[in-house]
Design a protein around this ligand. Structure first.
Ligand SMILES: [Zn+2]
Length: 245
């Protein structure tokens, strides 16, 4: 089983199979810690590092070619956003998914992003508007290639560009750290191409409403998009109960 290989990170063998982009000789600096944090966060969200997987500071440092300091900083940052927990006698462990936490992140995103698209209907920076077309094209390519991690990255870029175009980057910054709790559940719902392509269609509906400066339609479209996860949740909970707390 794919996930097994990450649950034995401590053995030293597992990290070599973690699909993390990891240049060997990164400087031991803040940016190294951030790079490691991003890579581990992606691996946790895509369940390459599933709930229960152990993360060893030594192995992480070795894998990324850095000293223990940036590895430790990255793991502390992950603990702060609640993706890992330090367990006495067991070290650092990836936490189970919390449906309750996911619901709270979804609640915040809906409140903020409906406001964002409403503002976007009033004014939207043409530079960001142009970038969104290429983001959606890249997202469609990722969907066709069945590259779900890339699809999720483009999804994040799409929502970030909406906020930036509406001159509300800080609203997006407010959710960037916590959205991982929703992303882990999202990842579980992206099982077939039809679902994935459907989400891109929803993005296009949101964008069309903004282009038409129809705030009510944009509000309705983003709300529909962000409730998709509620429609999928019961099945995910039933199928993958082992991953949830
Ligand atoms: Zn989206």
């Amino acid at each position: 089983m794919k996930n097994k290989k990450f649950s034995v990170v401590k053995t030293g063998k597992a990290m070599s199979s973690v699909a993390l982009s990891s240049p060997r000789l990164l400087a031991a600096s803040d940016s190294a810690a951030q790079h490691i944090q991003q890579a581990l966060r992606r691996a946790i969200v895509t369940l390459e590092l599933p709930p229960g997987a152990h993360l060893s500071e030594n192995e992480v440092a070795l894998r990324f070619g850095v000293s223990r300091q940036p590895a430790r900083e990255a793991m502390i940052a992950l603990a702060k956003i609640g993706l890992v927990r330090v367990v006495p006698q067991r070290g650092t462990v990836v936490v189970k998914i919390s449906a309750r936490q996911m619901m709270q992140v979804r609640f915040i995103r809906e409140a903020l992003e409906t406001a964002i698209v409403r503002q976007a209907c009033n004014r939207f920076d043409p530079m960001f508007r142009a970038s969104i077309d290429s983001i959606l094209a890249a997202q469609r390519r990722a969907a066709r290639d069945n590259d779900i991690p890339a699809f999720q990255e483009h999804d994040e870029r799409f929502h970030a560009a909406l906020a930036a175009g509406a001159d509300a980057e800080l609203a997006w910054q407010a959710v960037i750290d916590i959205k991982c709790h929703m992303d882990r559940v999202c990842h579980l719902t992206l099982l077939d191409q039809k679902t994935v392509l459907g989400l891109i269609d929803q993005h296009e509906t949101i964008l069309a409403a903004i282009d038409a400066q129809d705030a009510d339609a944009a509000d309705k479209a983003i709300r529909h998009h962000l409730t998709e996860i509620l429609r999928s949740l019961p099945k995910v909970l039933a199928d993958r109960a082992d991953l949830f707390e």
